[in-house]
Design a protein around this ligand. Structure first.
Ligand SMILES: *Cc1c(COP(=O)(O)O)cnc(C)c1O
Length: 410
């Protein structure tokens, strides 16, 4: 039977302390011990099932972590206060001063800024590569390289990483393959394809209601234990801990992720096909014109589709801004960064989420001024949405009026 990560989430059973169908929220930062000896053992990491202090772990965070581990098919997971909290802890756990990272150059702006500007202060250097060119990736590896870093579906250019091929290279050179799967939860299962560590910003599709920030690291029990180690664990010591109340609310949203992803993907595919047929430069992994369409198809868990993210290029930043403002005015979505909301969100990455990337580097990676990134919403009637978007584009002379759609029955 085909692998279906949503079943693994569905199969979990957690009860509240009075038999509630939802687990009780652990509203405590610290925990009592019946004996001093157990407290000592817990500090040493030898008292399974005991809680010490909520920056280390808490029942609510463990429930959410186990659900995310079930989704990614890893041994376990650790949740954090943000996606960046997860990503920076992983990189700092795996790399010491003098170590080297090979990273995709098309990644989330914050991750890019961390690797480019912050990590060098700690003696960690990064070479940025075109992740779709596996030979170039391998050539960038040095004797100091410890981590190969990429996003399954990259932000904002929607390049697709060949996780199996990258995993082969990582194994050959004894590197850890770290994959950010924020854009493609359920659709792609990086750990199944050979990733050692899978990171997420829970802020996006997984929580899906744009009401909180959160992150997660999914990996082996050994690695997660190291992250949480009280003496030298990056998660424990850097302190980006998720609050229990938030862990509980994200867990409840995670249960409907499979239905939401199907609708995001269905709507995005519909719009991408229409935009492309209209002659707009459209990038969406579900389009046959996408250079990695077949690769995505080979990697995907089919029921969840090609995801909710697409881009169009309208040529100039002025046109992009006019179009986004008009679409917002007509209530077709919001001019906002982030993704995974029930409403469509759009932004021009060159001047927003990817503004950390210098202009000349943006150009060399194909990030043009007129690019608009869409996170397609859960619209019940996507054809109606399309027709209204099309009208906006005609009014701004981005598209010519479609004569066939006019009623010429005079
Ligand atoms: C948003 C995002 C992040 C950062 O997550 P935060 O929760 O905002 O810290 C990392 N990676 C990707 C792909 C993202 O979209």
């Amino acid at each position: 039977m085909a692998y279906n990560p949503a079943n693994y989430i569905q199969d979990l059973q957690y009860f509240g302390e009075f038999g509630g169908v939802n687990p009780s929220i652990s509203d405590s930062s610290t925990y009592t011990f019946l004996s001093a000896k157990t407290m000592f053992d817990t500090f040493e990491g030898n008292a399974d099932g005991c809680y010490l202090y909520s920056r280390h772990s808490s029942p609510s965070n463990l429930y959410l972590g186990e659900a995310l581990a079930a989704m990614e098919d890893t041994e376990t997971a650790n949740v954090s206060a943000s996606g960046m909290g997860a990503i920076t802890s992983v990189l700092l756990q795996l790399c010491h001063s003098g170590d080297h990272v090979v990273s995709s150059r098309t990644i989330y702006g914050g991750t890019y800024a961390f690797l480019k500007n912050f990590a060098p202060r700690l003696g960690i250097e990064t070479t940025f590569v075109n992740i779709t060119n596996v030979e170039q990736v391998e050539m960038a590896i040095t004797k100091n390289t410890k981590v190969l870093y990429c996003e399954s579906v990259s932000n904002p250019l929607l390049e697709i990483a060949d996780i199996k091929a990258l995993s082969k290279i990582a194994k050959k050179h004894n590197l850890q393959l770290v994959v950010d799967n924020t854009f493609s939860p359920l659709s792609i299962s990086p750990a199944k394809l050979g990733a050692d560590v899978v990171v997420h910003s829970l802020t996006k599709f997984i929580n899906g209601s744009s009401d909180t920030v959160g992150g997660a690291v999914c990996g082996s029990q050994d690695f997660i234990n190291r992250l949480r180690n009280v003496h030298d664990g990056a998660s424990m010591l850097l302190g980006s801990t998720m609050d229990s109340l938030r862990a509980a609310s994200i867990l409840k949203n995670l249960r409907t992720l499979h239905i939401r992803m199907q609708q995001h993907s269905k709507n995005a595919l519909f719009l991408a096909k229409k935009f492309e047929a209209d002659g707009l430069k459209t990038v969406y992994p579900g389009l046959e014109s996408h250079p990695s369409h077949n690769l995505f198809k080979k990697m995907m868990n089919a029921p969840y589709g090609y995801g909710g993210m697409l881009t169009i290029d309208v040529g100039t930043i002025e046109r992009a801004n006019d179009l986004m403002e008009l679409m917002q005015h007509r209530n077709l979505g919001y001019l906002a960064v982030s993704l995974g909301f029930y409403k469509t969100l759009f932004s021009a990455p060159g001047t927003s989420t990817s503004s950390e990337i210098p202009e000349n580097e943006q150009k060399s990676m194909g990030l043009s001024d007129g690019l608009i990134r869409f996170s397609i919403g859960l619209d019940a009637d996507i054809e109606r949405t399309y027709n209204k978007m099309r009208t906006c584009m005609e009014e701004l002379h981005i598209l010519k009026p479609n004569l066939e759609s006019l009623n010429l029955d005079l």
